[in-house]
Design a protein around this ligand. Structure first.
Ligand SMILES: Cc1ncc(COP(=O)(O)O)c(C=O)c1O
Length: 346
């Protein structure tokens, strides 16, 4: 009898079931145990593979999508990459409206995956006709038979994490998780994962991470959309200048804001201390953990799961580039542990 070939049928079968990895060094002085859900193990190297697959397969089931159709999305890069990957396997055209804040690496990667990419100015309001939201909307209206994923306002984004990320974390911790720390952009990851976890145990604390320059934290605390909170910042994929319907503000216990600078240094620290080459928002998430620990949020019995959304290779021209760090003024704080190790020449 012929031996069975042990292979996946295609790359999409590798989406999800990412590992939970204990953080051993970077959190050693903090009370509690800390585990990273490392989403870079998805084949598209980010958590967004989960939503791309789920949303497109739901659209197929509902008869909205057929091979040859065009998929349109606004994206800081990761969702676009995942949609482009799924589109290749399933035979769709892919058009992406990307913010000019996205790294060149990400934009080049999207084009390498066959997507048509439109780069739109980052620092305009969401209702400005030049914004990536409006550009995507316009193209959806113009291209017959196109499907607009609209990850900020599509409940399937939450469902993808409710169906996969939540159960995986519950299972991997044997139900012992006490705190979830997750970045919020669309809010899909934190809301869907939290929904599953809180149904299992309502005492689990859901800790969102937001950026300075974003409206999410203030909206969570006051239900006021305060435009004065909005200003440009560097971290991609974290925080928002609008209120996504996908974010379930009720289920999130609190938000913590982090700076561009500390998040960048923390990402680099994770790579050096844990051997995990992570993206900018992973640094943001762990930076929030550090701040929360300082405030006494965790104790010796805490089992903290922190989601690391993507891979460091997407940020070679940014946080992993010394010149970029320097140009942002991120090497100015000479008290920073990492800065102290740099040998400045000349
Ligand atoms: C790198 C990165 N981290 C975090 C997030 C936030 O995830 P979510 O949109 O599920 O809130 C995103 C979303 O674009 C992202 O690209």
């Amino acid at each position: 009898m012929e031996q069975k070939i042990k292979a996946y049928n295609n790359v999409l079968e590798l989406i999800g079931n990412t590992p939970l990895i204990k953080l051993n060094t970077i959190t050693k002085d903090l009370e509690g145990e800390f585990y990273a859900k490392v989403e870079a193990f998805n084949p598209g190297h980010s958590t967004k593979d989960r939503i791309a697959l789920h949303i497109l397969e739901e659209a197929e089931k509902q008869g909205i999508l057929k091979p040859g159709d065009t998929i349109i999305e606004t994206t800081s890069g990761n969702t676009g990459f995942s949609i482009a990957m799924v589109s290749i396997i399933k035979g769709y055209e892919c058009i992406l409206a990307v913010s000019s804040k996205s790294s060149k690496d990400k934009i080049d990667m999207l084009r390498s995956m066959g997507a048509k990419v439109y780069v739109c100015p980052a620092h305009v309001s969401a209702d400005d006709p030049r914004s990536y939201y409006q550009v995507a909307k316009r193209m959806h209206e113009e291209i017959k038979g196109s499907v607009y994923i609209n990850q900020y306002f599509n409940d399937l984004n939450i469902d993808a994490h409710y169906n996969t990320t939540g159960p995986e974390i519950w299972d991997q911790t044997n139900g012992r998780i006490t705190h979830l720390v997750a970045c919020s952009g669309t809010g899909g990851t934190i809301s869907g994962t939290a929904k599953f976890l809180k149904e299992k145990n309502p005492d689990i604390k859901i800790l969102g991470v937001d950026a300075f320059g974003s409206v999410l934290k203030k909206y969570h605390e006051t239900r006021e959309f305060d435009e004065k909170e909005i200003f440009p910042y560097r971290i991609e994929g974290l925080g928002k200048n609008l209120i996504p319907s996908v974010t379930d503000f009720e289920i999130i216990d609190r938000f913590t804001k982090v700076t561009d600078e500390e998040s960048a240094h923390t990402a680099r620290e994770i790579s050096k201390k844990e051997g995990l080459f992570v993206g900018y928002t992973s640094g943001a998430a762990l930076q929030a953990v550090k701040q929360l620990a300082k405030e006494g949020t965790f104790d010796k019995d805490s089992i903290v799961v922190v989601i690391f959304p993507d891979h460091g290779s997407r940020y070679m021209s940014k946080i992993y580039c010394d010149q970029w760090m320097n140009s942002q003024g991120f090497y100015d704080d000479m008290n920073n542990e990492e800065v102290q190790k740099i040998e400045f020449v000349g």
